[in-house]
Design a protein around this ligand. Structure first.
Ligand SMILES: Cc1ncc(COP(=O)(O)O)c(C=O)c1O
Length: 467
């Protein structure tokens, strides 16, 4: 029996499946073509508000934005339940990089929808889970990183939890972890401690000891002082607690911390010191993956030699922990009911295929062009109104600006002003609080970027400096 004799293959080859796929794709494309940016309908807005009030009651807290999607969209445009159509430049904080209702992806997902199970997991993986693992490892190893293994999971926090379990088992007796100041690592009981946000720890027990190292500061004497300061702090931690650290968890572009990057030499200096003390290095690429000038930020920075453990998530739909042979844990440490849904796994494979076959990366790639388009618009706005907006403008398809004086209130006013005017963005960082954008870079057109930037200009120019 060869594979073509499997019932599953015969089902997929059934002409009715191809026809249904074609019809679905055509219907979605046709309806989505009608979408243009527009304000809310007052009657639907009232209904939405009632639903949101009830939802807030059910959740215990309101949503940040009055957002309930209708289920329709096209690229960066998304229709909400109040009838408004907005430019979604935050994409669920970086999840929907392919844009809304991507017709190619919808076609790809039909076999997943008619596959036998909704979810895949520890006892029931289908071929897609294995293929996704293989593709993630191949991409991660592309420039020589020694990342031979891949464990899939369904959230960024779980991918990071798995990474920490691997690191602790590899360094028995270690009790502590190193992280950057302003790190965000997730919201589990352990990751709440690593995440450098006091608010997230309120009422929580201390589950792990974290030693923080200040992240690169481009302003400090062209970065030189900053590098030396970080090195000094790191070495002090390493000497104060000998052999006590399971690893250093690093975001190579700070995400929730405010969209700041650092030069390669900065990371090389820190990683070399960590190597000297035999402390493993973990790159948390849950927000950066796909969005810098190479698929992995560690590839953009040519830090492949230092990648002991790497996590990805968000735009990959399925999250993953990648690790080298020497860190492979004993059986029993990693397992879970859900790997992810079959649709998410198939979507993940499709997304990786776009990244590897498209022209997204490098200085001349689409991501660099998208960044440049936003940056030049922000630069022009800054020239017009220097007291209202400043940089830096982020890295690659992680775009940001600092509004006004960088106060939390100023960022909030801009975010809500943008939302009401039809652009969805979100906050990142504190002191300064920044406005960030994670555009759907797989689908967004220059026209969409320009139209969204026109709205950003109007909103920021119209807002007074003070309340
Ligand atoms: C760098 C980083 N690590 C981990 C996480 C946690 O991912 P999740 O929210 O999927 O648990 C996030 C989420 O924002 C993140 O940005």
């Amino acid at each position: 029996m060869d594979a073509s004799q499997l019932i599953a293959q015969q089902l997929l080859a059934d002409p009715r499946v191809a026809e249904a796929t074609r019809l679905l794709q055509a219907a979605v494309t046709e309806h989505a073509a009608q979408l243009t940016a527009r304000p809310a309908d007052p009657q639907l807005a009232e209904e939405l508000q009632n639903h949101l009030n009830e939802y807030a009651n059910l959740r215990g807290n309101p949503l940040f934005f009055p957002y309930l999607g209708s289920g329709a969209g096209r690229s960066s445009l998304v229709e909400l339940a109040d009838g408004s159509v907005k430019y979604d430049l935050i994409t669920g904080i970086g999840v929907h990089a392919m844009g809304h209702a991507n017709p190619e992806l919808i076609a790809e997902l039909v076999p997943a929808v008619i596959s036998d199970t909704v979810m895949q997991g520890n006892l029931q993986q289908n071929a897609e889970s294995y293929k996704l693992s293989r593709e993630l490892v191949a991409l991660a190893k592309h420039n020589g990183a020694k990342l031979d293994h891949c464990f899939l999971s369904s959230s960024g926090a779980m991918a990071n939890e798995n990474a920490l379990k691997i690191l602790f088992q590899y360094r028995p007796g270690s009790q502590r972890i190193l992280a950057f100041e302003n790190a965000f690592a997730g919201r589990s009981m352990v990751l709440n401690q690593v995440t450098d946000r006091p608010k997230n720890r309120v009422g929580q027990p201390q589950t792990i000891a974290v030693d923080y190292v200040p992240f690169y500061d481009a302003h400090a004497d062209a970065g030189v002082d900053s590098l030396h300061h970080s090195l000094r702090v790191l070495e002090r931690h390493l000497q104060r607690f000998p052999d006590a650290h399971c690893g250093f968890i690093m975001e190579l572009v700070q995400g929730e911390g405010g969209y700041y990057g650092a030069p390669r030499e900065y990371f090389i200096a820190l990683c070399s010191l960590l190597r000297k003390y035999n402390v493993p290095i973990m790159f948390d690429e849950i927000q950066t993956f796909g969005r810098t000038l190479q698929p992995f930020a560690f590839q953009m920075l040519r830090l492949d030699d230092y990648a002991d453990v790497v996590t990805v998530g968000k735009m990959t739909q399925v999250c993953a922990t990648l690790f080298g042979e020497k860190l492979n844990p004993k059986p029993g440490l990693l397992s879970q009911t859900f790997t992810s849904s079959t649709t998410a796994i198939v979507a993940a494979r499709w997304i990786l295929r776009q990244l590897t076959t498209g022209e997204f990366y490098g200085e001349q790639g689409r991501i660099a062009a998208i960044h440049q388009r936003f940056a030049s618009r922000f630069e022009a706005l800054r020239e017009k109104a220097p007291e209202k907006i400043s940089g830096p403008w982020g890295v690659g398809a992680m775009v940001a600006l600092t509004p006004f004086d960088g106060s939390a209130e100023a960022a909030k006013r801009v975010l809500h002003g943008l939302y009401d005017a039809g652009v969805i963005a979100f906050v990142a960082g504190q002191n300064p609080a920044r406005v960030r954008f994670l555009p759907p870079f797989l689908s967004i057109t220059d026209e969409e970027i320009d139209a969204a930037c026109d709205i950003i200009d109007d909103v920021i120019l119209a807002l007074p400096r003070e309340d």
